[in-house]
Design a protein around this ligand. Sequence first.
Ligand SMILES: NC(=O)c1ccc[n+]([C@@H]2O[C@H](COP(=O)([O-])OP(=O)(O)OC[C@H]3O[C@@H](n4cnc5c(N)ncnc54)[C@H](O)[C@@H]3O)[C@@H](O)[C@H]2O)c1
Length: 269
Amino acid sequence: MSSVLITGGASGLGAALVHRFVREGWSVGVLDRRPELPDDLARLERRGVLAFESGDAADHSAYDRLVSEMSARFGSIDALIANAAVWDYSRALLDMTPEELDAGFDQLFAVNVKGYLVAAHALAPALAESGGAMVLTLSNAALYPGGGGPLYVASKHAGVGIVRQLAYELAPQVRVNAVAPAGMATALSGPPGLGQGEQRFDEVWDGAAFAARVPLGFVPEVADYVEAFIYLADREKSRAVTGIVLPVELGLGVRGIRNVAGGVRRDRN
Ligand SMILES: NC(=O)c1ccc[n+]([C@@H]2O[C@H](COP(=O)([O-])OP(=O)(O)OC[C@H]3O[C@@H](n4cnc5c(N)ncnc54)[C@H](O)[C@@H]3O)[C@@H](O)[C@H]2O)c1
């Protein structure tokens, strides 16, 4: 049986990935700073297919504990999904005080960049042994400006560097790829140093406005993104793929210079 460690697996995209991997027959380890799992995931824990560690995604010792538990219970570890992150609510550079810039940078990069590197460092030996894969959750903000402020966009661009460098360093034993999703209604929060620790993305996101800007023209759901992770995590499906960032973004990158979606405008029909 295969197993996967998912950071930030207690909410949003990470939780959807937990359910999907379990449906595919995988066992799952979740590392999340939340103290407890939501009910639906706690049920999976009681079924014996989920191991949970409450801790920080940049804390080496949290991985040590979870990796030993997963190895003891599930045998090999076959994939890492580095997914826990925070947003910056598009706070522009000049809208930050010097103190906010300092604290916001330290806190956001600690999760979005250091957290991914620490996860990779902790899991590389187990994945080298199993011939496994790392998949990073990046974002359209890893590829284009405007999906956040400079802190978030820089952190997700840094993720592209992590993918390329680690794909190179860890080959041939471990494949390293990323998925770059676009928007979805989740509880995504921000750094406390920007006053965003308690904010939730689903309270501010205008899905309809997003849909109007992208060629595919619909409001994406978390479920629209999970298949790409399964593909990149599963060596049976993607053993020839490493070092890529797979955009799953409703055509955001090919929208051209017009702001409306697509070549077939609905008002022409
Ligand atoms: N929501 C979107 O529109 C969107 C768009 C593109 C990319 N993403 C990316 O998707 C990923 C998942 O985010 P989400 O939208 O599901 O948000 P979410 O807040 O619902 O889930 C993130 C999880 O990570 C956990 N977490 C945050 N900081 C942590 C830390 N320091 N240590 C351990 N756990 C921590 C949170 O507790 C939460 O359970 C992130 O990488 C985010 O950048 C989200």
